[in-house]
Ligand binder design. Structure first.
Ligand code: GAL
Length: 413
């Protein structure tokens, strides 16, 4: 071949530009309820619209315990998914164990640091590099009420646990199940942390469930928390054990129970069923002030193949895109992680959540949820949850519970 021919041939190849593989992603998550599935479909659709091929790997089980078990099996067998729903300190735990893909190029190119609250951005970093993309901010400390039931019985949403107990007694005497609850450990933990916040306040919550201060864990305040958990146990129906959280939400929706204490992913179920806040259901913060945050995010394992790596970069970019952050969160019941997404299309519960989050960031009551994996590493959070669910499902005394709590935490350190 003459030099001219060789140069022409190489120029043709250069003109073709880089060979763009088809972005691929196998995504492991646990969003399988009505509201959750509708929400994750937004990401799937956007990924496909940009030429991506999404392989869905949903692992049913609210709260994500089953999903994390499935993830560990996949990674240990050397077959990590391209992307995984992963949040809180579990991100850094996996980074330390296996490493995670560095998505700093996407984060810096799209100015994530300028549109994320510092507290959220910090959760997404591994040794200073961006290693996860945040999807939302869920608030955990919500109580949901069936408006018709509350109106019929002249009950306002409770602002103290005494008011909650009085309302529950009145409902129970009228033959109405006061509290819809799913008897799964993570749901018991969810109720527990809202009671810790309500009875002890934000500073006590931080001492007990973030700093794991033994004094706080064995304090009279913590005994009062377990006293209240014992009272709450008396307000659930006989078939609560093992019930999925979204079926408890459906009980409130259908008038089979008055209240549910659950994060605002429950609102995603109401919305998916066409229910209106203020008309069909009412939202209120659980008794006491503060904001227990639960930020869903996706992390990306180091995988081979341009197609998968391009899939990871595309997912990271889409997840933090303004359009996705609005559409996804309108469905999911959460608020955007990005601070520059207008909330004019969001409902009153979401607006109240954003206001409470901003207030919490100012007064120190913006706190990481322990029950949803934002405050502690797995072993420590699991130790607390084991005691909480054991107490809820037995006649364990509050004195015994606080001692077991302190012992369990000490053994998990
Ligand atoms: C949480 C998750 C929420 C919601 C909930 C129930 O851990 O952050 O997005 O899915 O579990 O499954």
């Amino acid at each position: 071949m003459t030099l001219k021919t060789v140069l022409a041939a190489s120029a043709a190849v250069m003109m073709a530009g880089p060979v763009l593989a088809n972005p691929q992603a196998e995504v492991l998550h646990w969003w399988t309820s009505g509201g959750e599935a509708r929400s994750v479909a937004v990401l799937q659709e956007q990924f496909a619209a940009e030429g991506g091929t999404w392989t869905d790997m949903p692992v049913a089980g609210g709260g994500g315990d089953a999903a994390m078990t499935a993830l560990r099996a996949r990674v240990l067998s050397g077959n990590a998914p391209t992307a995984v729903q992963l949040k809180g300190p579990a991100i850094q735990e996996w980074y330390e164990e296996t490493g995670l893909a560095d998505i700093s190029a996407v984060a810096e190119e799209n100015g994530w640091a300028d549109v994320l609250p510092a507290q959220i951005a910090e959760h997404m970093k591994c040794e200073g590099k961006w290693c996860a993309a945040p999807v939302n901010v869920h608030r955990v400390n919500w109580i949901w009420g069936n408006k018709q039931i509350l109106d019929e019985h002249g009950i306002e949403m409770p602002t103290t646990w005494e008011e909650f107990n009085a309302a529950a007694e009145k409902l129970q005497e009228a033959g109405v199940t006061p509290l819809a609850h799913g008897g799964q450990a993570w749901q018991d933990a969810t109720v527990f942390e809202t009671v810790v916040l309500g009875i002890g306040g934000p500073e006590f919550f931080r001492q007990a469930l973030v700093d794991l201060d033994p004094e706080a864990l064995t304090s009279d305040t913590m005994k009062q928390v377990f006293d209240q958990m014992r009272v709450i146990r008396g307000y659930v129906d006989p078939n609560f054990s093992g019930r999925d959280w979204n079926l408890a939400t459906a009980m409130v929706m259908n008038g089979e129970a008055a209240f549910q204490i659950m994060g605002d992913w429950a609102k995603g179920e109401f919305l998916a069923a066409g229910k209106e806040p203020g008309t069909d259901f009412v939202c209120a913060q659980t008794p006491g002030n503060g904001f227990l945050y639960n930020v869903d995010s996706f992390a990306f394992f180091n995988v081979d193949g341009d197609d998968k790596q391009q899939g990871q970069a595309l997912l990271a970019r889409l997840i933090m895109g303004k359009d996705f952050q609005k559409t996804f969160n309108l469905n999911k019941g959460s608020i955007p992680a990005r601070t520059d997404v207008a909330l004019d299309e969001f409902d009153s519960c979401a607006v109240a959540s954003a206001e409470a989050m901003n207030a919490g960031a100012q007064d120190g009551s913006l706190l990481p949820s322990y029950a949803h994996g934002m405050a502690l590493r797995g072993a420590q959070a699991g130790a607390i949850t084991d005691v909480v669910t054991a107490h809820f499902n037995s006649d364990m005394s509050s004195d015994d519970a606080v001692q077991q709590l302190a012992d369990a935490v000490a053994n998990a350190m």
